[in-house]
Write a protein that binds this ligand. Structure first.
Ligand SMILES: Cc1ncc(COP(=O)(O)O)c(C=O)c1O
Length: 389
């Protein structure tokens, strides 16, 4: 049996996998067992911020592997403290909690919010339509897409969904009982949809009026993806809780939620915890990655290469107005919405050795490594242009 058949025979069939047998990665490229090189424009769904096989990240991992792979969270762990210090210093938040994944970080954020708000009589957590926050029950309860929810009811009590970028819908659902509103400032799975300035401003006003917590889901957008540390930094707004994962562990599983000063003392010993969360190897990889992004020009690269790609997509849109409906996004998180189902475009790009992700059926989501070179961006753009032709 080949790998595809053995996978099908043994693993629950929940993923639509690409028919490629990847052997290794190198920079922004994935190399198959047959030696074919693919330019990866979705980077492990925004996990591999520095691409594959990055020498500095690998060295940090090996250094920690030589010390210890795991000790329980009953011990103080320097890699956790170093990463926490840098992240909090950079973001201005007060405390954080490490876990293993995006959805787990969101669960922790919801628990932090409930622990803060329940004694105040605040109950309702509001998610937004087209959002995606993960697959566990808290996250799923505030995820606004039927595709992920169908068949999994009933959801967490005290959760509801308002319409994304619809101020009236948000106003209608918020009250003094609102505990939190959870927002992706650029929706990822939902189709690379940035929050509008009006919606951000309404969020700020309603937050002031009712005193609810604003939770930013920065799992996909965080750690430099949009050209700033967090996507909400593009808006004049300060969330109370920030949820991160994906790029945080530099390719290893790591998530975290960050809390503002006001929330610093809400969680006390024993009320929340995890066995694996904050794994020292993942924290070491994460710190090495963060330092590259912040101190070694990667964030600047996101801004320049991202702006160039967006501009070029705009030019392609004006040349192919019947095909491209809209170009949107920030930094190296770009969406090109087509008028029709874009499966054939994705397949055609793949035959040209460029991998791009499709979301919502019509939106090409470009989320490459943050250190993508201009030459590789040009290659992707040229392949896209040939495909359109
Ligand atoms: C915005 C957002 N939130 C939450 C998640 C869930 O993260 P994980 O798959 O690590 O649980 C994702 C994953 O794609 C995401 O993009």
């Amino acid at each position: 049996m080949n790998l595809v058949d053995r996978d099908a025979a043994n693993i629950f069939h929940t993923y639509k996998r690409l028919p490629l047998h990847i052997e290794r990665g190198e920079g922004s490229y994935l190399i198959t067992k047959d030696g074919d090189r693919y330019l990866d424009m979705f980077a492990g769904i925004a996990v591999n911020a520095l691409g594959y096989n990055h020498a500095i990240v690998n060295a940090a991992i090996l250094n920690q592997v030589g010390k210890y792979l795991h000790v329980s969270n009953m011990f103080y762990q320097e890699p956790q403290v170093l990463l926490a210090e840098r992240l909090l210093q950079e973001s201005g938040y007060s405390k954080l909690f490490f876990c293993n994944s995006g959805t787990e970080a969101m669960e922790g954020a919801l628990k932090l919010a409930r622990r803060w708000g329940s004694p105040k009589g605040k109950r309702t957590i509001i998610g937004l339509s087209e959002s995606f926050h993960g697959r566990t029950y808290g996250s799923l309860s505030i995820t606004g897409r039927d595709k992920y929810r169908e068949g999994f009811e009933p959801f967490l009590p005290g959760t509801t969904i308002a319409k994304f970028n619809d101020v009236a819908s948000l106003e209608k659902l918020t009250s003094a009982e609102t505990l939190a509103v959870v927002v992706e400032f650029v929706q990822g799975e939902g189709g690379v949809n940035p929050v509008s300035k009006e919606f951000a401003s309404a969020l700020r006003e309603l937050q002031k009026k009712y005193g609810f917590l604003l939770i930013a889901d920065e799992i996909q957008t965080g750690i430099g993806r949009t050209g700033k540390l967090f996507a909400f930094n593009h808006f004049d707004i300060t969330p109370d809780i920030v949820v991160v994962a994906k790029a945080l562990g530099g390719g290893l599983p790591l998530g975290a939620f960050l809390g503002s000063k006001e929330l610093g003392d809400v969680l006390t010993p024993g009320v929340h915890g995890t066995t694996f969360g904050g794994n020292p190897v993942a924290c070491a990889a994460g710190l090495a990655t963060l330092v590259q992004i912040l101190d070694h020009g990667v964030m600047r690269n996101v801004q320049t290469v991202g702006a160039h790609m967006k501009n070029q997509f705009g030019i392609l849109q004006s040349r192919f107005p019947q095909k491209i409906k809209e170009v949107r996004g920030l930094g190296l998180m770009l969406g090109v919405e087509m008028y029709a189902d874009a499966t054939t475009i994705v397949d055609s790009l793949q035959s040209r050795r460029v991998l791009v992700n499709l979301t919502q059926g019509t939106v090409l989501r470009w989320i490459p490594p943050l250190n993508l070179t201009v030459a590789d961006a040009e290659l992707a753009l040229a392949s896209f242009e040939s495909t359109l032709q």
